[in-house]
Structures are given as structure tokens and as C-alpha cells.
Design a protein around this ligand. Structure first.
Ligand code: PLP
Length: 375
């Protein structure tokens, strides 16, 4: 009864841990990438106002003009991007889905980072396309292993997904590294899908944007308000791309969603055009948590990658070759962490802890990992 594309789409290994953790009232939730901050008040008030003022109807498939204008101003201000068509989507995941649907037919292939956010692969599988995980070279700031990429590329390969700042590892590429990937992709006739949902959550220095680093390379850049403005449940993101691809994304969105929630779009205008101090406050908090977590990991003798962006701690735990370690960690200590294997085969031997939680909880989580290893 169920179409094979759907049956073949793997359930999230992060959700499996979360489901078990929700059954425990004492669980220390470090499994999800979700800000623990509330959406800033001025954004909530804008939604309230929009609903009361009757902005409760369908809008254009590409997004409200006011939000697309606000995005254009934001892209110039924060990302040094001064061109491109904007399509407003239901979160970053909506932008990725519309992009994949625009570019991929069943049987086509797409290159995705390994380790990488699980949906990079599962969206492809859902569409009957084939994700191919490419390795990253740790000593080169987790840039692609170009020799490996060459072995994965076939006449059916249509696109390569990149993600900087990254989930789950937290690397952040330089503009030169992005330009190198752009050159490689252009040589292979591939569209670059640059996931920049953590663009504002750089922790040391501002994150470059792919389209600014590699102008002229066909690309779709994916952004989201979920993480930057603590708006995960509002479901607003956007894609920036060429007029031709934007028309494709709009067509997909017209058919699958009609438009993004109009009230949430009004809230998004307030987020992007309002005082940006709230973003800086949250960034500073994540940075402090990162520093506390790294110091604790070092004290406990747990090797961890220093995240330059996003809000995750990528731990190396040689015993965590499958999701069994994360399950035991939850069962025996109450700490819920994402198993590295949820992010692809290269995630074996790793755990991801969210830093979007109180520092005491993160330190408790690290102590729990240490105690389980000592058993
Ligand atoms: N891209 C990456 C790399 C993510 O980590 C996430 C969420 O965890 C998303 C996209 C999607 O987020 P949203 O759909 O809430 O914008």
C-alpha cells in the first residue's frame, strides 16, 4: 500500500532517542537542535498584530512582498548578497524539499556531506532519488575529500549539498574553501545547494555565504529563521537562487503548500527588520556554552571538535559505533544525545550533544558519557 520511496525513507535516529527520552521525566535533553530561548517578544507581538489586523488569508506562493523585501535587505546586511530571487518557504526544510523536487527526477543522484544533517539524504530518498554521502577531510577544516567526490559523481548526479556552519560537526568554511567547491561543482555541471540555516550562529567570526564567495556558480542558498531567532515552530525559511530555479521552487510550493503561514510571515518581517540585538545575545550565550562544554570535555578526557558555528558538540566516542551507546547513555544515566550514526556512516564513533541547553545540563551530559565509558 505504501509507495516504496516512502517505505525506504529511514526514520530519524535522533527522533528514536527523543521518543525514548520523552518517556522519562528526568531526561537530560541534549538530542535536538532546538534553541532553548523563547521567540523574542517583538516578533510574537507582530504575529499577534497581524492576526488581529486580518492578515489571515492566502498569500503569494513565493512569499509576501514585505517579507521578500525584508529578506533582500537582510541578505545585503548580513551575507554580502546583493542579487538573487527570494522564495519564502516552510523553514529550511521546506526550501530544501522544493529545491530537491525542482532539480531531481527519480533515479537522479545528489551528493550530501557525511556526516551531515539526516534530511539531506532522506528528502532525496523520498523523491526516489539517490543520496551519495561524500567524506570530509577533518584536517582541512572538514572540506570535501575531492578524490572521493570524483568516485561518487556520475552522469545522473545533479547537485551537491554543502552546509556551513554545519550540523552536526560545527565547522565553518572560509570564502576561499567555498569558492573551491564552487569551481569543482561548475566543472561537473552541478548545482550547489548551500544550507546556511546557521548563518547567524557563527561563534568566532561571521560566516561567509556561498553565493557571495562563488558568484556565477548555479546555486540555491537555504536560510531559516528557526535557529537565529528561536522560531523553530513558526516554520519560516527562504531560498535565494536564480530566476529560473526560483520559478521551479515556486511551482513546487504552489502545489504542495499554496503559501507559507501568513501570520508567521508577518512575524518574520519583524524578526528581520527589527533590532538584531536578540540574535547577538543568543550568539553570545551559545559561545559561552561552547567554551564551558569544551573545557568540561577536556577535563573529562573526552575528545571533541571545537565548533566554529551552530550549537552542537561533536564528541569522539570510539565505543559508539552504532546507536547502542546513545541508547545505553539514556537508559543508564538519563542523558539523551544524538547518535553519530544518525548523520551518516562517517558519524560512527561519535555522539552529538546540543549546546542549546543550560550549561549545567551540558556538563552533566558530558559527565554521564564519561561515567558510561568508565563502566
Ligand atoms: N538545515 C540544517 C543543517 C538543520 O540542522 C536544520 C534543523 O535542524 C534545518 C536545515 C531545518 O530547520 P528548519 O526547517 O526549522 O528551518
Amino acid at each position: 500500500m505504501i509507495a516504496p520511496e516512502v517505505a525506504n525513507t529511514a526514520a530519524s535516529g535522533i527522533r528514536a532517542v527523543a521518543n525514548a527520552a520523552w518517556a522519562r521525566p528526568d531526561a537530560n535533553h541534549l538530542e535536538f537542535g532546538e534553541p532553548d530561548f523563547d521567540t523574542p517578544a517583538h516578533i510574537v507581538e507582530a504575529a499577534d498584530r497581524a492576526a488581529r489586523d486580518g492578515h489571515t488569508r492566502y498569500g503569494p506562493s513565493v512569499g509576501l512582498p514585505a517579507l521578500r523585501d525584508a529578506v533582500t535587505v537582510k541578505l545585503a546586511r548580513d551575507n554580502a548578497l546583493n542579487s538573487g530571487q527570494v522564495v519564502v518557504t516552510a523553514g529550511g526544510v521546506g526550501a530544501l524539499f522544493a529545491t530537491y523536487r525542482t532539480l531531481l527526477s527519480p533515479g537522479d543522484e545528489i551528493l550530501v556531506p557525511d556526516p551531515g544533517w539526516p534530511n539531506f539524504g532522506t528528502i532525496a530518498t523520498l523523491l526516489g532519488a539517490v543520496p551519495r554521502g561524500y567524506r570530509l577531510v577533518e584536517k582541512d577544516n572538514h572540506t570535501p575529500d575531492y578524490d572521493h567526490l570524483a568516485t561518487l559523481t556520475s552522469p545522473r548526479t545533479k547537485a551537491i549539498v554543502t552546509n556551513s556552519p554545519s550540523n552536526p560537526v560545527g565547522y565553518q568554511w572560509t570564502a576561499a574553501q567555498m569558492a573551491e567547491i564552487g569551481e569543482w561543482a561548475a566543472r561537473h555541471n552541478l548545482v550547489v545547494i548551500s544550507d546556511e540555516c546557521y548563518d547567524q550562529l557563527w561563534l568566532d567570526k561571521p560566516a561567509p555565504s556561498f553565493a557571495a564567495a562563488a558568484p556565477g556558480v548555479p546555486s540555491v542558498t537555504v536560510f531559516s529563521l528557526s535557529k537565529s531567532y528561536a522560531m523553530t515552530g513558526w516554520r519560516v525559511g527562504y531560498a535565494v537562487t536564480t530566476p529560473e530555479l526560483a520559478a521551479g521552487l515556486a511551482r513546487v510550493q504552489e502545489v504542495t503548500a499554496s503559501c507559507v503561514n501568513t501570520i508567521a510571515q508577518h512575524a518574520a518581517v519583524a524578526a528581520l527588520t527589527g533590532d538584531q540585538h536578540c540574535v547577538a545575545v543568543m550568539r553570545t550565550a551559545y559561545r559561552e556554552r561552547r567554551d564551558v562544554a569544551l573545557a568540561a570535555a577536556q577535563r573529562l578526557g573526552l575528545p571533541a571538535t571545537r565548533p566554529a558555528g551552530a550549537f552542537y558538540l561533536w564528541l569522539t566516542v570510539p565505543g559508539a559505533q552504532d546507536d547502542g551507546f546513545a541508547r545505553r547513555l539514556l537508559d543508564e544515566t538519563g542523558t539523551a544525545a544524538a547518535p553519530g550514526t544518525a548523520f551518516g556512516p562517517a558519524g560512527a564513533g561519535h555522539l552529538r550533544l546540543s549546546l542549546a541547553a543550560a550549561t549545567d545540563n551540558v556538563v552533566r551530559g558530558l559527565t554521564d558519557v564519561r561515567s558510561l565509558l568508565a563502566e
